[in-house]
Design a protein around this ligand. Structure first.
Ligand code: PLP
Length: 444
């Protein structure tokens, strides 16, 4: 059913109608079964129809679903913030600001960063540096920070020119060198940009610990974030980690920055926080960032009508309890390890699989020209073909980007963190079948 009422992502396509979901599977109204191999948009981290979450939602909805945050706080919102603080750091205390989407979380991070300097009487530190090949959200502030060319292009006149440095994209190193002999030239670019623009104009640097939508799980070399943290500290700018996609167990750690033993001043969460059961996201600000605001105006100048609503907060709290109880962070490591191994063995059979990267259950696969290993031009719509053939075979994978963000074909594989060994083998089987079909259709 393609109505003329609901605007869907592509107006000329027809979409299956979902009937229900159970675990890692989705079923449409024709009875077709799909493995949700990407948790929707890397969001349904617990899988579908989880009874504990439904019970928690029910219980909270019966008590009270909504209060306005200027009038009431709630036990659920308070408990959620406390739990997030418990997980994020052993060294410092973080405060949580609740919002409803990843875009709102990064916009809030941007505003808190600017406010942090203003509260100290330092005006003019208003820019947020970011990287080419990044995605921080669709609203204008978040898009200003994003280096996602196709999502920016129509709105460029309204956007700030925030993206300014190269990502740590070793597979296609912008400097044509290899780690470690490159000495992290891409990280040094941040320092050069700060010097060029002037630290007195810069509030913060924002980065996804592992680049998601714009880069299909681009994963930095080991020393990268230590260097970034150091550059930010030396030049007195804040470091914002956008963990909307990577946070809460997805990469095999609760927070992806833990892989490199680095802490950010501000951290954003979204997607997996509500795990698709409710729209909720969060901006976490460290004690250092909150202090001048606490002793200054006492007001974080952001917020939305539905911020911190008890129903969403209770749902997210149940999601975190579920992750703890079922040891999903450990499971992401275990199943992720198995999938990496299996996918790497597919590389030997299909010359157009160029790079496989990521951590835990956030896995990117970049496709290349099988002979020259060059980027696949977007005009060939290769990613679309992969996604469509997989979906026909009952497997959902997430279309991503690579290369320069315009050309370059890639997908993200990110099944629910609940996936078991048997389901992972079924996933590999369906993906292999889809790849055989693609291979068969390719011009020789
Ligand atoms: N930040 C990152 C890293 C994301 O991957 C996304 C969405 O894909 C966002 C922010 C924006 O989140 P939302 O789509 O919930 O607004």
């Amino acid at each position: 059913m393609a109505s003329a009422y609901l605007i869907k992502p592509h107006l000329h396509r027809t979409y299956p109608i979902v009937q229900y979901g159970k675990g890692i599977y989705l079923y449409d109204t024709d009875g077709k079964k799909y493995i949700d191999g990407c948790s929707g948009a890397v969001t349904a981290n617990l899988g579908h129809g989880v009874q504990e979450i439904i019970n928690a939602m029910n219980k909270q909805a019966k008590k009270v679903a909504f209060v306005y945050r200027s009038q009431f706080t709630s036990e659920a919102a308070e408990a959620l913030a406390e739990k997030l603080n418990k997980h994020i750091s052993r060294h410092t205390h973080y405060w949580t600001f609740l919002v409803n989407s990843g875009s709102e979380a990064t916009e809030t991070a941007m505003k808190i960063a600017i406010q942090y300097w203003q509260e100290q009487g330092i005006n003019g530190k208003n820019k947020i540096l970011s990287r080419w090949l990044s995605y921080h959200g669709i609203t204008l502030g978040a898009l200003s920070m994003s280096g996602h060319p196709t999502r920016r292009v129509r709105f460029v006149p309204l956007l700030e020119e925030f993206p300014s440095v190269s990502p740590p994209y070793c597979y296609r190193c912008p400097y044509h060198c290899t780690y470690p002999s490159c000495r992290l030239r891409c990280a040094d670019e941040l320092e050069e940009a700060i010097i060029r623009i002037g630290a007195e104009h810069i509030a913060a640097f924002i980065a996804e610990p592992i680049v998601g939508a714009a880069g299909a799980a681009i994963t930095p070399p080991d020393e990268y974030y230590k260097r970034i943290r150091n550059i930010c500290d030396r030049h007195n700018i804040l470091f914002i980690a956008d963990e909307v996609m990577t946070g809460l167990g997805r990469t095999g750690k609760m927070f992806a920055l833990e892989h490199w033993n680095v802490e950010a001043d501000i951290v954003t969460l979204g997607k997996g926080l509500g795990a698709g059961y409710t729209p909720i996201a969060a901006t976490l600000a460290s004690e250092r960032v909150m202090e001048p605001i606490l002793y200054g105006s006492g007001v974080v100048m952001s917020g939305h009508t539905l911020s911190a609503n008890p129903l969403s907060a209770a749902t997210a709290l149940a999601v975190l309890e579920f992750i703890e109880k079922h040891q999903l962070v450990q499971n992401a490591n275990k199943i992720g390890g198995y999938l990496f191994e299996q996918l790497r063995s597919l590389q030997a059979s299909f010359g157009w699989i160029g790079d496989i990267r990521g951590k835990g259950l956030l896995i990117g696969m970049e496709f290349v020209h099988p002979k020259t290993k060059e980027m696949i031009p977007s005009s060939l719509a290769f990613t679309d073909m992969v996604v469509t053939i997989a979906q026909k075979n009952g497997l959902l994978v997430y279309p991503s980007a690579s290369g320069n963000g315009k050309d370059g074909a890639a997908i993200i594989i990110a099944p629910p963190l609940t996936m078991n060994q048997e389901e992972a083998a079924e996933f590999v089987d369906l993906l292999t079948r889809s790849f055989v079909e693609i291979d068969h259709d390719l011009p020789t």
